[in-house]
Structures are given as structure tokens and as C-alpha cells.
Design a protein around this ligand. Structure first.
Ligand code: CA
Length: 236
């Protein structure tokens, strides 16, 4: 059965282009020109993937995204933002909104289809072997995808969990931003090393007692990041 994609975008040309290319690849496509009607549809028909424009005539894409993430049936549906240049990208990267990827307009439909498939693949990757990483005050369980820090459960997005899991399951090893992009985001992704910094910062805000002086997720100057098991002196 084909994946179901819902696109919310008010530029009809883009909708037509996306619909044509996704259908050609065997996807079922539903499209909406307004945020509100898109949301109503999504609530009744949770899809496998949402393509979401930011500047919409009524409810903007960020608002739609927030509403999806707050909805029990829709909170895990992957979202790819379709953004204009500049400020919108900064907001996508900087906000705690839980998008899975973004493409910048004008984009090639082939690239968008490839990204969509990558996002869906990531969601469906079979669980890796059960693994628990435990160190003082920190516990990560790869099967339940749970992270406990200082006795409380931490809510991480799928991508944040993957990043932390990767680092924590290779403790003390230093990884460059490029390597992390390959390992965590995957080679077929078009993201910048800054994306790694943004996500590291988010994870720190959630797991570190003082994110400015990280105890677990350390910066190794000029080299990248590593997960520390010991209460050693911070080298950030
Ligand atoms: Ca628009």
C-alpha cells in the first residue's frame, strides 16, 4: 500500500507539482490550501507524512505543526516544512516544534520525494538491539526510547533521542559534526553542521542540570561532541 501524504500549501503550482511527483512514486496525496482545513482533515485521517508550508493565509505552518504535535494521534507523524529562504529556516531550526526536515523553495520535486522517503525510512528502521546506557544520574533505554536524568523522565523528539543514543552508546568517543550528520541524520540528508549544534543545544537543555556547563554531552573544541560517563572536568 502506498504511503499517505498530506500537503498543506497555498501555492497551487507547488501543490500540483508535488502531487504529480508523489503520485508517480506511488504515494496517496491529499492537498489543502489552508491551514485550518488541512488540520481538520489530518485529525480525521492521520497520514504517514505531512508536507507543510509556513506562510499560509490563515493558520501558519508553525501553528499547524504545534497542533499536530499536541494531538495524540498525530504527534509522531513526520513533518517536512516547505520554507522560503532566510528567516523561516532559522525559525524551523531554532524552534522547539518537532519538524523532521525542511526544504527550501524553490525545490526540486525529486529532492523532496527523496527526503520524504528518507524520513519515512528513518521512522521504520527496525529497532536496533536492546541497549541500556547507564551512568550516574543518567539512564537511556533504547527499547522504550526512554531517558531518565536525575530521577525524572526526559521528553525528547525522535531525532534528539537518536542523537543522544548514538553519542551515549559510544561513550568518550569524539564525533565531528559531519560524522554525526552521517550517522544520525543519514547521508541522503541536506543539512548543515549547524543543525547538529542546534540539536545538541536542545538535548542539553533537556538533560543537563546546567546546559552551559554540560556534564554528559560535552563539546570537544575544534573536534565535535562526545558523551561523557564520568564526572570529569568539563572541557567545553
Ligand atoms: Ca505560502
Amino acid at each position: 500500500m502506498g504511503y499517505r501524504v498530506t500537503i498543506i500549501e497555498d501555492e497551487k503550482d507547488i501543490v500540483d507539482l508535488v502531487r504529480y511527483n508523489f503520485r508517480k512514486e506511488g504515494f496517496d496525496v491529499a492537498s489543502f490550501l489552508r491551514g485550518k482545513e488541512g488540520l481538520e482533515h489530518l485529525r480525521r485521517n492521520p497520514p504517514d507524512l505531512v508536507l507543510l508550508d509556513i506562510m499560509l493565509p490563515d493558520v501558519d505552518g508553525f501553528e499547524v505543526c504545534k497542533k499536530l504535535r499536541a494531538d495524540e494521534r498525530l504527534k509522531d507523524v513526520p513533518i517536512i516544512f516547505l520554507t522560503a529562504k532566510g528567516e523561516e529556516i532559522d525559525r524551523v531550526l531554532g524552534l522547539e516544534i518537532g519538524a523532521d526536515d525542511y526544504v527550501v523553495k524553490p525545490f526540486s520535486p525529486r529532492e523532496l520525494v527523496a527526503r520524504a522517503k528518507a524520513v519515512l525510512r528513518r521512522r521504520e528502521r527496525p529497532a536496533e538491539k536492546h541497549e541500556v546506557v547507564e551512568t550516574s544520574g543518567f539512564r537511556l533505554d533504547s527499547r522504550t526510547q526512554e531517558v531518565m536524568v536525575r530521577g525524572r523522565t526526559v521528553e525528547l523528539s525522535a531525532l534528539e533521542f537518536k542523537l543522544l543514543h548514538y553519542l551515549a552508546s559510544h561513550p568518550r568517543q569524539v564525533f565531528s559534526r559531519e560524522r554525526l550528520l552521517d550517522e544520525v541524520w543519514g547521508r541522503d540528508r541536506f543539512v548543515t553542521p549547524r543543525t547538529v549544534d542546534v540539536h545538541v543545544r536542545r538535548v542539553r537543555e533537556k538533560i543537563e542540570e546546567s546546559p552551559e556547563k554540560p556534564r554528559y554531552l560535552r563539546t570537544v573544541r575544534g573536534a565535535g561532541y562526545r558523551f561523557s560517563l564520568d564526572a570529569e572536568q568539563n572541557d567545553a
